[in-house]
Ligand binder design. Structure first.
Ligand code: ZN
Length: 237
């Protein structure tokens, strides 16, 4: 069992040394994904603002057409006043003038508001386009540098884990399985202990366990945190 525990301790040490690399390898695609999300969000907002601007422009044309029509109506009504042959006709034409004037005033006010909207939208659209281009640039640069970094990390990892398979072969399959399972939930799964406390959770170990640990006849786990514990003497003897 000693041999196997030694191999397991070495395996864990090897995996621990590659832990930072593994973490970085895992983190790279995550941060790329975040940047991609950001670009996507900006693109959606950009499309929305372009749509809003297009709608405002459309509304402006519509209001301007109505204004023109009302103005023509006003001219016609004025002509009617000039040509009226009775007071009744003149009064009716006068009312027509008033109605057209009122509508024109409303259209003009509306056009003023639309103009302000268009101005504001155009300004924010320019900002948004700038943000979008910037985010796209950041993403592209990050994607390129990430590619290079991944190659570098994989190479380092390969070197660090050189001989891992041989170590795995020296540890019983059931123990490797247990080790791999524990590794997904906690860090420093295999700990070398000297005294009577678990260095992982700092809890005191039962005296009987401390004695058994020094014999190194079987695999032990900390009763508190489940980490695999191996006594220093077992490794060094
Ligand atoms: Zn523990």
């Amino acid at each position: 069992m000693r041999e196997e525990l030694v191999a397991l301790a070495k395996l864990a040490e090897m995996d621990d040394s590659a832990r930072d690399i593994d973490a970085e390898l895992k983190q790279i695609p995550q941060s790329l994904e975040e940047l991609r999300d950001n670009v996507q969000t900006l693109e959606t907002m950009l499309a929305q603002e372009r749509q809003q601007l297009a709608e405002a422009e459309q509304l402006k044309v519509q209001q301007a057409t109505e204004l023109k029509e009302r103005n023509e109506g006003l001219q016609r009504a004025r002509k009617k006043i000039a040509q009226a042959s009775s007071i009744r006709e003149a009064d009716a034409a006068e009312r027509e003038v008033e109605v057209n004037r009122r509508f024109m005033k409303e259209r003009e006010e509306e056009l003023g508001r639309i103009g302000q909207t268009i101005e504001a939208k155009t300004a924010s659209l320019t900002e948004r386009e700038k943000d979008f281009e910037e985010a796209k640039g950041v993403l592209q640069a990050k994607a390129e540098s990430s590619k290079a970094r991944i190659v570098e990390l994989e190479e380092q990892r390969g070197k660090m884990l050189n001989g891992r398979d041989e170590l795995v072969a020296r540890v019983p399959k059931s123990i490797v399985k247990r080790y791999e399972r524990l590794k997904t939930g906690i860090t420093n799964v295999v700990l070398i202990i000297k005294g009577e406390t678990c260095p992982g959770c700092r809890m005191a170990l039962p005296p009987q366990l401390t004695i058994e640990l020094q014999r190194g006849n079987e695999l032990h786990q900390c009763p508190h945190c489940r980490r695999i514990i191996i006594h220093k003497n077992v490794i060094e003897d």
